[in-house]
Design a protein around this ligand. Structure first.
Ligand code: DP6
Length: 344
């Protein structure tokens, strides 16, 4: 029997992942590359106990045992099924998982990213300790995490900071090679962004109505210009944003981030049935920030906002956000590093 305990951060995508390539659906290959910041204030802590067995899973989330058949359990169970088909040896063990988030599950702060990256990291760490998996490098572990939840791949690189998850399928066509090419890596470490601050704004703690996994499948299927959006972001918006980040052109980075968030929510709205993740409060935040040259908003599949701004504008921007969403609605986060092992 072996127990490991880890923490892993969540991340916020500036260029979003929204759709799996239909040809490689079961491998969680995204239709387009995505880019995120690793957030230091929001993380999952996971304790994994591995014992001899035959693939059994016991899963406790935030102190509550997840029952077989619940959506939480199914997400974890199907993750292990994908792991088992990629790493046969892993079926010879049983897994007891205890995971905790320090923020609301499924409310628009990417809890699945933190949860699955912590689980993938703990799994790889445990397998390396029993000498079964020799490679604990970021690339391999990000591929494991991707099989749990796509966005989790971006929480894996140990240097954190700004991370890209490559779509990979434009580099190869054979499934195993595509899978190897679709990994996450740090582009710039946290120190590159010393001038920036991130403000997370809790607009609602309700769970989202349509989970990302189901929602993105509907978008790929039903949005008439879905692939046009994908190619525009891959070939134009993403390179522009990376160039702005490289040269620390923050105003351009903010503008492109807002554009990418708007594009993503426009895709959601044009999905059949439509997915409206933003609330009236979210729209008020958009209106307050949209013309500020020194701030950007971005929204995932939920009403909560993540606002990126200059450190010396934090007070001003946080004040604006509190006026809209309430006195206790904001948390300022740094841009941080990836997962790490902690002592049980
Ligand atoms: C809107 O990673 O939760 O947050 O791969 O099906 O688990 P699955 O989806 P998930 O989707 C995240 C979507 C997003 C955008 C992003 O984080 O890039």
């Amino acid at each position: 029997m072996l127990t490991v305990e880890v923490t892993a951060p969540t991340n916020i995508a500036l260029v979003k992942y929204w759709g799996k390539h239909p040809k490689y659906q079961w491998l969680f290959i995204p239709t387009k590359s995505s880019v995120s910041f690793t957030l230091s204030s929001f993380f999952a802590r996971t304790r994994l106990t591995v014992d001899a067995g035959n693939g059994g899973i016991d899963f406790t989330l935030n102190g509550q045992k997840a029952n077989k058949g619940s959506s939480e359990f199914e997400y974890v169970e199907s993750f292990f099924e994908r792991i088992f088909s990629n790493y046969q040896f892993a079926r010879k063990y049983s897994y007891c998982i205890e995971s905790q988030n320090n923020f609301p599950t499924a409310a628009g702060f990417a809890s699945s990213a933190a949860g699955f990256s912590a689980l993938a990291f703990a799994f790889a760490l445990a397998m390396s300790k029993v000498n079964i998996m020799d490679s604990l490098d970021d690339k391999t572990v990000s591929i494991v995490a991707r099989l749990g939840s796509g966005s989790a791949a971006r929480s894996i690189p140990s240097n954190g900071g700004m991370v890209i998850w490559h779509r990979g399928y434009d580099k190869a066509s054979k499934a195993t090679l595509v899978s190897k090419a679709s990994y996450a890596e740090t582009l710039y470490p946290p120190s590159h962004f010393a001038e920036l601050a991130i403000i997370c704004v809790k607009v609602s703690s309700e769970e989202k109505k349509i989970r990302s996994r189901a929602g993105m499948e509907e978008s790929v299927r039903s949005v008439y210009d879905y692939w046009q959006w994908v190619e525009y972001e891959e070939s134009t918006l993403l390179p522009l944003l990376l160039n702005a980040a490289k040269r620390k052109k923050w105003q351009a980075l903010f503008k492109l981030t807002k554009q990418a968030s708007n594009n993503f929510h426009s895709v959601c709205l044009r999905t059949t049935p439509p997915m409206i993740y933003l609330s009236d409060r979210s729209r008020e935040i958009i209106e307050a920030i949209q013309f500020l040259p020194y701030a950007a908003y971005t929204f995932d599949a939920g009403p909560n906002a993540v606002v990126i701004t200059l450190k010396d504008k934090t007070e001003e921007v946080e004040g604006l956000l509190k006026n809209i969403a309430g006195k206790h609605s904001t948390v300022v986060s740094g841009i941080g590093n990836g997962p790490r092992e902690v002592r049980p």
